[in-house]
Design a protein around this ligand. Sequence first.
Ligand SMILES: Cc1ncc(COP(=O)(O)O)c(C=O)c1O
Length: 347
Amino acid sequence: MYKRQHLHCPPLAVAVAAELAGAALNPSMDSWDQAPAAGVIEELTTAALARLVHPQAPAPDALITSGGTESNLVALLLARERAAGGPLRVVTGTNAHHSVHRAAWMLGLPAPTVVACHEGRIDPAALDRALTGLAGSPLLVVATAGTTDEGRIDPLPEIARIAERHTAQLHVDAAYGGPLLFSERLAPQLAGLEHAATVTFDLHKLGWQPVAAGVLAVADAAMLAPLSLRADYLNADDDTEAGLPDLLGRSIRTTRRPDALKMAVTFRALGRRGLGKLVEHCVRTAEEFGRAVEAHPRLRLRPGGIGISTVLFRPAVADALPDEAGDAVVAAVRRILLAEAVSYTHL
Ligand SMILES: Cc1ncc(COP(=O)(O)O)c(C=O)c1O
């Protein structure tokens, strides 16, 4: 058992202020007539995020979601709709977030095939074997950039190559690690992300936004066609013919909060560079904290225990005890730390 901090962040004051303004104005993002200004803000914000994730794609797009769970669900839904010739088979690592499994279950897909990880990252050889075993089915590989427990980043360039060789679609759950893209220094850690058809990217984790602030980036706006829907009271034909944007098809939800507003205000206030600096500060602090743990005679850093902003450690005394007694020491320490808002994971 090791210690880790929950992924939710203290929100920035500007984002909280924007949240308050959004609550007071209360636009709902399911139709243009209810949210003309918020609609434009969302359009500009998602366009910027889409270009950040897929800089080379000719027509990238991004949706605002309630978080990583919804983004993963919509990613699997879109992959299922693109699949032809049998039920979509999802292949992911033991390190994947539980929402990937839940999404497959909710969408009526076969349970994902789970491949082994090495040091918390998908083992490419195991992935290759799994895809070979499923040859003939439409395939979706789900990799993770910033795993929930360890902050590890799957080997994305290699995974993208393997997926392409097996004509598998690729989704990357970068709910946690995605904001590394804001930093020019750290963005190379996400090399390969641009090959993913869909990318989950949360700003209520490493983006200092109040919950909820989820994003699903897609490489090609045309992929969103299955979400389009007509409801006369929200997007009447004559409105569409008059050129009003159709917001209903940009979510699986109907009534929807203007979550892009706080993101837009944050981007205007800090810019990409400002957010990148915050991310760099967080990563540097985790490294420093990890080194302090390593140097401490009574603490033990888990081998490779620093990932993005996650530091995994335990009291050294627990190692000297039988497993159960060691875990009891960790549990006691955890209860003390809980009072100081530090959370845990069981690894
Ligand atoms: C990698 C990863 N994906 C998805 C999620 C789910 O995100 P949310 O809680 O915003 O739905 C989490 C949550 O911690 C996560 O760590």
